[in-house]
Design a protein around this ligand. Sequence first.
Ligand SMILES: *[C@@H]1O[C@H](CO)[C@@H](O)[C@H](O)[C@H]1NC(C)=O
Ligand SMILES: *[C@@H]1O[C@H](CO)[C@@H](O)[C@H](O)[C@H]1NC(C)=O
Ligand SMILES: *[C@@H]1O[C@H](CO)[C@@H](O)[C@H](O)[C@H]1NC(C)=O
Length: 188
Amino acid sequence: MKAFQALFVLLLTAAGADGQSFHLGKCPQPSVQEDFNITKYMGTWYEIEKLPAVFEKGKCNQATYSLLTDGTVGVRNAELLSNGKINSIEGVAKVKNSSQPAILGVSFFKGVPDAPYWVLSTDYQSYALVYSCSDYLSLFHFDFAWILARTRVLSEEVVSQLHDKLAAAGVNINRLTVSNQTGCDIMT
Ligand SMILES: *[C@@H]1O[C@H](CO)[C@@H](O)[C@H](O)[C@H]1NC(C)=O
Ligand SMILES: *[C@@H]1O[C@H](CO)[C@@H](O)[C@H](O)[C@H]1NC(C)=O
Ligand SMILES: *[C@@H]1O[C@H](CO)[C@@H](O)[C@H](O)[C@H]1NC(C)=O
């Protein structure tokens, strides 16, 4: 519990300093991808844009998902740091309620509550829009969002459609930042 509180204070401080991911009120409840097929979602996704995520400092950010035998999903997030080293972290994602397959929880640290991972929209082959929002005391919330693609570039047209979807969900798209996906040859 202490660790969780510390993390919470850290998030609050970071979000406060950033002034961007912290909002009053409860999380919005956007609609998610219909008939989500997790098998088709597996594999590598590259981060095209994100809502500021303070824990990501590098570039060439990517996530690789793999279906595990117990039905959960292995997650490996990797990024290239400015010193040329690859930083990676592994976690597990799972569908919490099989009647809502596009709503997952992701955990990178034992004992820390899952972070929500909602797949709002994907065609599996080119793009995905992911949203994560956590309520605290029903008074305020933090949110994160990621536009992901199967390649390190995504057409402006698709990005623009995903912006519209996020905006419709009540997310302030002015807060999105473009991820640097150039000079990533060292990443596999
Ligand atoms: C999900 O996708 C996999 C791989 O394409 C396919 O074999 C499976 O039938 C799909 N599941 C459903 C329920 O459509
Ligand atoms: C799973 O989702 C369905 C549909 O939204 C809901 O009726 C049901 O109560 C949920 N089950 C659990 C265990 O939360
Ligand atoms: C992205 O990274 C490349 C290679 O490290 C660098 O040259 C470029 O300036 C960066 N682009 C931005 C927008 O930061």
